[in-house]
Ligand binder design. Structure first.
Ligand code: ADP
Length: 535
């Protein structure tokens, strides 16, 4: 027997309608590309995104068309999220840190009709425009006064596009399974692959991440996503903020410690989110300046494994709660979060921070399991390790314009990560399948060794790769960035690790470098390190 309830689709437009109608006065603050701080409200976001939908419809954009963005986290980008998806088109966020050839590949693969871009990225777009036959117009995110000289064909200022718009656009009632947005994985191997999110997956994910014990969003909160809007939709925060009426603070291009600290302080930010490599220099800046953003209660870190020393510093030194998230572009992205239970609160920071290196438990909606080489499920005992698999309504079933079957025969998505899951359901990533090091038949977790190395007071960043070894197959090599002003020696670092790791896990050698190669989403590019040091 079917229930007798209304059939109402879950749509991205309903999020901004809700925010504009119910939390209309709540602030949305953003740092413009020119550095100035822009402030308006959720009501304005709703009205202007409706206007954008109208303007796009007037230009002949229809449901299912892909429209791309090359933009920082700012208010116009937010309006594009809602205006494009709201009318039924697909908002395709591009990662500006990709190689220009890769950007052109992705734009052509998606067949984007319009490219919205910040003034910063005009030269980048000019360099590839002749390879983009399908892009009909370039909309520069500025008013007419800020419009740069450009040879981009059909370039128009965003504010001009909007001012010509018909008012009173009504969002269409779409099918909730229709595509809403598109994000390509960074494609460390082979060509980038497109993850095509639906309206339904976006709304369900936004509801899940808003919950207590996840991001804890709400109208009393002020949240700043450092994570870019082109990186898995800023982890869903722009949607979840609308759903909950949270104040949203968008940092624009200023991701340096001074710029971030200024916004975190001035806007009373209670929660911010990003990858570990953003927070390491940020904490150092607070230490050097003797400051701490006064309202900041929580920090959500994910995207790669945060070192234990960072967790302990946040909680012990600055009194800021650390939340650990794991996910992938393919999982919208949130797949698990670690918020420690009450029983941990009165234990010491040192002990707790070890536990907090675990990536945590899945929120309601997604399920996790680990499997062995034959695909057989492994026990959740905290010891057995195998490939992590995930399923749920915001997990990719396949890629855009790609017929390859990506799921297991029983419908799970294989993540390529290796993990353990304990009896309480806490998952811990030990490595990516391709980063594990196999030495003399034993697996060495590069994440473990990196974590230990970053616990050395004179090391700020570390990466461990396997290098071929005649006797052992592979041996770990540590590549480390010394802390500011420090000059650690190889022997000192190896002795430090020798006291903390099993003998066979200790790297054979240390290379000191000024910086590590970082990929487009703020992760260390181990493939580059392997190319350079693998021999
Ligand atoms: P890409 O796979 O192209 O690097 P993603 O942003 O989708 O882009 O990265 C997902 C991967 O990032 C995961 O499969 C995992 O290896 C890694 N990752 C994400 N969060 C964490 C975390 N908290 N700890 C360790 N690794 C993480």
């Amino acid at each position: 027997m079917r229930g007798r309830m209304m059939e109402m689709p879950l749509l991205v437009s309903s999020l901004v309608e809700h925010a504009g109608g119910v939390y209309g006065d709540q602030a949305v603050v953003s740092r413009n590309t020119d550095g100035a701080v822009h402030r308006y409200s959720w009501r304005d976001v709703r009205d202007r995104s409706r206007g954008l939908s109208g303007a796009l419809a007037a230009r002949g954009i229809t449901a299912g068309d892909r429209l791309a963005t090359l933009a920082w986290n700012n208010h116009r980008h937010l309006e594009i999220y809602y205006g494009v998806s709201g009318m039924g088109a697909v908002c395709h966020t591009l990662n500006p840190r990709l190689h220009p050839a890769e950007l052109a590949f992705v734009l052509n693969h998606a067949e984007d009709r319009i490219l919205f871009l910040d003034t910063t990225f005009v030269p980048l777009a000019e360099a590839i425009a002749d390879k983009l036959p399908r892009v009909e117009a370039y909309v520069v995110l500025t008013g007419p006064e800020g419009m740069p000289e450009t040879k981009l064909p059909n370039a128009v200022a965003y504010e001009d596009l909007l001012s010509g718009a018909e008012g009173g656009f009504t969002w269409p009632t779409l099918d909730e399974h229709d595509a809403a947005s598109l994000c390509y994985t960074s494609g460390t191997t082979g060509n980038p692959k497109g993850v095509l999110y639906s309206h339904r997956s976006t709304v369900l994910h936004a509801m899940a991440i808003s919950m207590p014990d996840v991001f804890m969003m709400g109208s009393r909160e002020s949240v700043l996503p450092v994570v870019p809007m082109f990186h898995a939709n800023a982890w869903g925060i722009p949607y979840s903020a609308a759903l909950t009426g949270t104040k949203l603070v968008l940092p624009g291009p200023r991701l340096d410690p001074t710029g971030l600290t200024e916004l975190l302080t001035d806007e009373g930010v209670t929660c911010c989110a990003g990858v570990p490599s953003v927070f390491i220099p940020l904490l150092q800046h607070w230490r050097d300046q003797g400051v701490r953003p006064p309202a900041l209660e929580r920090v959500l870190i994910g995207g790669s494994a945060p070192p234990r020393s960072l967790i302990a510093a946040l909680e012990g030194e600055f009194g800021i709660e650390f939340l650990h998230g794991w996910g992938m572009t393919e999982t919208s992205p949130l797949g698990s979060v670690n918020r420690v239970g009450r029983e941990w609160l009165d234990r010491g920071v040192e002990e707790r921070s070890i536990f907090q290196t675990k990536q945590g438990r899945p929120p309601f909606g997604v399920e996790l399991r680990i499997v062995d080489d034959q695909g057989a499920p492994l026990p959740h005992d905290g010891t057995a390790g195998g490939e992590l698999q995930i399923r749920g309504p915001w997990v990719a079933a396949g890629y855009f314009r790609d017929d390859t079957e990506r799921l297991t025969s029983d419908g799970w998505f294989p993540t390529g990560d290796v993990a353990t899951i304990d009896a309480q359901g806490y998952m811990q990533i030990t490595d990516r399948t391709k980063d594990l090091i196999k030495s003399g038949g034993e697996w060495i977790s590069s994440i473990d060794v990196e974590n230990m190395a970053m616990g050395h007071p004179e090391i700020s960043m570390a990466a461990v790769i396997g290098v071929p070894d005649e006797r052992w197959g592979e041996r770990p090599l540590l590549i480390a960035v010394p802390a500011q002003g420090a000059t650690p020696t190889r022997d000192e670092v190896l002795t430090f690790l020798g006291e903390r790791l099993a003998k066979w896990q200790v790297p054979d050698d240390v290379v000191f470098v000024e910086q590590l190669p970082m990929g487009g989403t703020g992760k260390v590019q181990k493939s580059k390190l392997r190319e350079e040091y693998g021999g």
